[in-house]
Design a protein around this ligand. Structure first.
Ligand SMILES: Nc1ncnc2c1ncn2[C@@H]1O[C@H](COP(=O)(O)OP(=O)(O)OP(=O)(O)O)[C@@H](O)[C@H]1O
Ligand SMILES: [Mg+2]
Length: 305
């Protein structure tokens, strides 16, 4: 197998117009696994207004959103033992960080922004452009769509990372557009239920529209689908495989020629319980599944290039 690494980072949006399908969790766990177990350098970008991805990484690495110089004791953690196998080191202090994506999406010119204005390095392999719970995402501002693209170029981030993972919101907005015009690929996390055909179809329309309306971004790069990854947000039930067959064989999906990952992002009951739980650090069976999914993810680049 040829190496999937190139001189420039592969930018990947994790996107589905449907909410609550596991976009954030898959971005976080697959990315963290690739960074910690496969030694890729990964930048996470949190475009989801709920900023759950940021909260997970901040808790894991001992940060909180706030002033950089502000150091506080973390909340008590009662059920530390519940998470047998998690190697989270308990942080005595959390460091406040006011670095966030908010600066990037301010209206107006952003050419003055430096790498450190928006990007926080969590360790050698993991960096994040944190999201914020502040209200920027509710502002409607059509002049900010190119800001993410410009920031990545002006700070040469593509040369620094192997992958840039963007956790997208479940809505069609300027932020979704900014993610797609910046990305080389997109992954579609999807629940294996009857409505997912609709969500996949809708996303296909959105991608088509963004490509048509923002052609200038796609002259020297493309935006390719890596495929749909089924996310099991509840314990696997017998009905799943029937649903999945129905989805794959629906005439609309066949027409769109969509790739489906063989491996699913499988159910893990710890995930909803603790924001700082990362499968890559656990000794759960789910980690074995994640290894197989990560292998398949890496192979996809050779398959579609
Ligand atoms: N593999 C999994 N096993 C168990 N629970 C999961 C799994 N993946 C995600 N979840 C849970 O499902 C819920 C939705 O997941 P998540 O927030 O990742 O979805 P999302 O698509 O990012 O949602 P939104 O559209 O609101 O951004 C969360 O409570 C999460 O903890
Ligand atoms: Mg999300």
């Amino acid at each position: 197998m040829t190496s999937i690494l190139s001189d420039e980072a592969k930018i990947i949006s994790f996107i589905n117009m449907k909410g609550g399908v596991g976009k954030t969790t898959l971005t976080k766990d697959l990315g963290y696994f690739l960074a910690t177990q496969r030694n890729y350098k990964i930048l996470f970008i949190d475009l989801d207004p709920q900023s759950n991805l940021t909260q997970s990484f901040f808790r894991k690495f001992g940060y909180h959103q706030g002033n950089l110089l502000d150091i506080v004791e973390p909340e008590d953690e009662e059920d530390e033992n519940v998470l047998a196998g998690s190697t989270k080191t308990k942080c005595k202090k959390t460091i406040g960080s006011d670095i966030s994506i908010q600066k990037l999406f301010k209206p107006g010119v952003i050419s003055h922004l430096k790498r450190a204005d928006c990007l926080l390095e969590l360790n050698e392999n993991i960096s994040i452009i944190p999201g914020t719970l502040k209200a920027i995402f509710s502002e409607r501002n059509s002049n900010i769509e190119n800001h993410l693209f410009n920031y990545i170029n002006q700070t040469n981030l593509k040369e620094e990372f192997d992958f840039i993972f963007i956790d997208c919101p479940p809505t069609y907005s300027n932020y979704t557009i900014s993610a797609l015009i910046t990305s080389d690929y997109y992954v579609t996390p999807s629940k294996p239920d009857a409505y997912s055909v609709l969500g996949i179809e809708m996303l296909h329309e959105v991608v088509k529209r963004v490509k048509e309306e923002h052609q200038v971004y796609f002259t020297s790069k493309s935006l390719k689908s890596l495929g749909v990854i089924f996310t099991e947000l509840a314990p696997y039930s017998k009905g799943y495989s029937d649903q999945i067959n129905e989805i794959k064989t629906s005439s609309k999906i066949e027409e769109l020629n969509i790739h489906f990952f063989e491996k699913h992002f499988v159910y893990n009951s710890y995930i909803p319980k603790r924001a700082e739980y990362f499968i890559g650090d656990s000794s759960s069976n789910t980690k074995e599944d994640l290894i197989v999914l990560a292998d398949e993810f890496e192979r996809r680049f050779n398959e579609i290039e």
